[in-house]
Design a protein around this ligand. Sequence first.
Ligand SMILES: [Zn+2]
Length: 192
Amino acid sequence: MRCLLCESWSWSHICNTCRQDQLTPSFYTRTITGKLSVHSFYKYDEIEPLLLTKHTDLGFHIYRILAKTAFGMYAKRFETDEPVAVISVDDHARHGYSHTALLARAMKREQLLPRFGMLRDRSGHRYSGKDFQFRLTHPRQFELKPFPEKRVILVDDILTTGLTLTQAVECLEMAGKEVLFCLTLAEADHQF
Ligand SMILES: [Zn+2]
């Protein structure tokens, strides 16, 4: 096949050269709820064409590459003595796979335990393309299933207003969980 970015022949959808040149993750940090850090590996604009594959068949492969490059690398360096649950926000399989579950899965290590289908939004609201006002007046209704770990890393794909993560954190804290921080693939400076 050809690399999506440079069109040279490649064994994968994105060749190794392009992964190194264009997908080396950065580390952007924002604070939500006045105390909690949200770390993102890319700026939305840097990888927008890749993120837009989310709702296509190609999206599965692209998200898996991004998950390994960013979340996998991060997990490799993360050290903890106690088990930590990696919880992906609303990991419904909408197009044959869940993109947030793919991100969480890439973090699996001895003490980092991705748990799927734990945090689901029952509101039915879709935020994509909606403005801040809509998001404020149509809150998520997260439901949490029980899991044994107390400490949690919360994972989502795109950080916009931070409202979704804020509501997810509230839901986890109400259940007595301690959210260490959040990780998102890409941070957007604008709403869309
Ligand atoms: Zn390439």
